[in-house]
Design a protein. Structure first.
Ligand code: ELE
Length: 212
């Protein structure tokens, strides 16, 4: 296994839930990351879905040393390199494209590409990937779909993301081919907007206690 795969495995194995974050106000980034670290979820995915996302990755990387900051919603090689320059320690995409595969192969930073069908999983496998995001998890078939992949595609482990919630998270975490899940429920927009970091810390603590 390559060194960067080992690094990604350690990050994903470290906690049952990866918070998927949308930062609307740069000033929220550091206190949000600190709350998640306090709650036991140091690995976080800051999505490039808002104009301040790259600055948020940079700020959290610099100011919250205990956080393990990844970048999500990476769609292009340019996104990839900007996120890495800002300090991202892992890169997540909703899908897999040749442009991103090329960018990933030239980078020391590990890449978690997304897949939602057996053919996409097999294409990623041919490129040497064993850890994949399953996106959009609930919409693409949920836990029963992933369970059905476990026998034919036994070497692949997934981080399902999209529609995962406290209601269904146990179904995913009980599967042998799920390494962790991604979800936004631990950092709701409403609590971020209100600066309710204690509530987010508590949501993180509850997520941290989930069993894989
Ligand atoms: O932008 C990306 O790359 C994503 O991964 C999107 C995520 O799936 C959602 O941000 C999380 O989905 P929910 O937990 O259903 O809110």
């Amino acid at each position: 296994m390559q060194r960067k795969d080992e690094a990604l495995l350690a990050i994903l194995e470290g906690q049952p839930v990866m918070p998927v974050l949308k930062i609307d106000r740069l000033a929220d980034a550091v206190p949000l990351a600190q709350a998640l670290v306090r709650g036991g979820l140091p690995a976080i995915e800051i999505t490039l879905r808002t104009p301040d996302a790259i600055d948020a990755i940079r700020l959290v990387s610099e100011e919250v040393p205990d956080a393990i900051v990844g970048a999500g919603t990476i769609l292009t090689a340019r996104d990839f390199s900007q996120a890495v320059s800002a300090g991202a320690r892992f890169i997540v995409s909703p899908g897999i494209t040749q442009e991103l595969l090329d960018a990933a192969s030239m980078s020391e930073v590990p890449f978690l590409p997304g897949a939602a069908t057996p053919s996409e999983v097999m294409a990623a496998r041919e490129e040497g990937y064993r850890l994949l995001k399953f996106f959009p998890a609930e919409q693409a078939g949920g836990a029963p779909f992933l369970k059905a992949l476990a026998s034919p595609l036994a070497t692949i482990r997934f981080c399902p993301t999209g529609g995962v919630s406290p209601k269904n998270v146990g179904d995913y975490l009980s599967l042998p081919n799920v390494i962790c899940v991604g979800g936004s429920w631990v950092a709701p927009d409403k609590e971020i907007a209100a600066g309710n970091w204690a509530a987010i810390e508590e949501l993180a603590r509850q997520a941290r206690a989930l069993k894989g």
